[in-house]
Write a protein that binds this ligand. Structure first.
Ligand code: SAH
Length: 343
């Protein structure tokens, strides 16, 4: 059995042609899938024998809502989805004045080991399929009744650790016959996997690259992000400069402010030096307190921001949404895994 929603329109059309069907059938099936059909029987413009043949060869993914939390503070919705194999992933829907943004996961768990992140504590279980990424956008839209205009690949997992599939997802979600979300409305966040950044640069996609930097020097970065031992801060900054030169697109640097670790004026000065010549943007994130971590939120965010700005660096402080629903960084999935919360 083949996962049909992970197939592109061209691949579905080819498969149908091989089954003796006319070319336009592919588009019909693709459209049904990306509107949320969960069985071939729903595809009323296909003949019954064709629907039967399709269900013998292909299956259609559809996650179940294992849990849904709506923030009383700002309307942020957090979904915990149960996948066909029983694994759970998180998706968050955030409403901004410019539209609704959905934050999706790319893996079940993560193996990057960042010290401040709840998603990585139990490691990686498996990669997601392209269909499971599409489903997060599709079923969030259908369940909430809200249209999604922007996607950020900033949920659980490291997109560069599942890059072939992430690229396939981008092609699918971009398709005018599918969800039709333009690259300019998509951000991809990486903890700093240099070969992935170079591969993305080659492709020259119009998406926004976010780099989870969190420290400008390798000594600090290695303490909190094991990926720095594979690709250190120098290599990462070089890759970012190459990316900018190739694509002309500004990079967004994520920087979670951690008390006494990465929040000194000297680190702000070094950060400003490192990104000189590259019109980047620094996004300062108030650290989300993760129960399992000893790292604590910094109280120097405003001072750090000022210091960066004194060097001409654009820095914003991320508004925290969904503070009452554990809407960040793998916290809901962890609670569900440990049964720490009564239903
Ligand atoms: N693996 C990718 C995408 C997922 S993490 C990456 O590392 O970029 C999404 C963002 O949340 C990253 O910038 C990550 O560093 C940040 N993050 C993780 N745990 C956090 C925490 N406790 N507080 C604030 N930001 C956190």
């Amino acid at each position: 059995m083949t996962d049909i929603k992970s197939m592109t329109l061209a691949e579905i059309s080819d498969a149908l042609r091989e089954m003796g069907e006319p070319a336009f059938r592919g588009k019909q099936v693709f459209t049904w899938l990306h509107r949320g059909a969960t069985s071939f029987d729903e595809m009323s413009n296909l003949s019954k024998p064709l629907r039967a043949k399709l269900s013998e060869r292909f299956f259609i993914t559809a996650p179940k809502v294992a849990r849904k939390q709506v923030s009383q503070l700002d309307g942020t919705i957090k979904y915990l989805w149960e996948l066909a194999d029983g694994n759970c992933i998180e998706t968050v829907l955030m409403s901004y004045h410019h539209g609704n943004t959905v934050c999706i996961s790319s893996q079940v768990g993560c193996r990057m080991g960042c010290k401040f992140c709840a998603s990585t504590i139990a490691g990686r279980v498996r990669d997601l399929c392209a269909s499971e990424m599409i489903d997060q956008v599709l079923f969030t839209q259908l369940d909430s009744g809200l249209d999604v205009s922007n996607i950020v690949l900033m949920g659980i997992g490291e997109p560069m650790d599942n890059l072939d599939t992430v690229l396939r997802f981008l092609e699918l979600v971009n398709d005018p016959d599918g969800l039709n979300i333009g690259m300019r409305h998509i951000s991809l966040s990486t903890c700093g996997v240099v070969p992935g950044i170079d591969r993305l640069a080659e492709l020259g996609l119009q998406l926004t690259l976010s780099v989870s930097l969190h420290a400008p020097d390798s000594e600090t970065r290695s303490r909190i992000m094991p990926v720095n031992n594979a690709y250190d801060a120098e290599e990462l900054f070089d890759a970012c400069h190459r990316y900018f030169q190739k694509t002309g697109r500004r990079i967004s640097f994520e920087y979670a402010m951690i008390d006494g670790v990465n929040d000194s004026d000297e680190q702000a000065d070094l950060l400003a030096r490192k990104i000189r010549g590259m019109p980047g943007h620094v996004n300062l994130i108030p650290l989300n307190d993760v129960v399992e971590s000893e790292l604590k939120p910094s109280r120097r965010i405003a001072a750090f921001q000022k210091r960066l700005e004194s060097h001409g660096v654009t820095a914003t402080v991320r508004r925290s949404l969904g503070g009452d629903i554990d809407a960040s960084c793998g916290q809901l999935r962890r609670k569900a895994m440990e049964g720490r919360e009564e239903a």
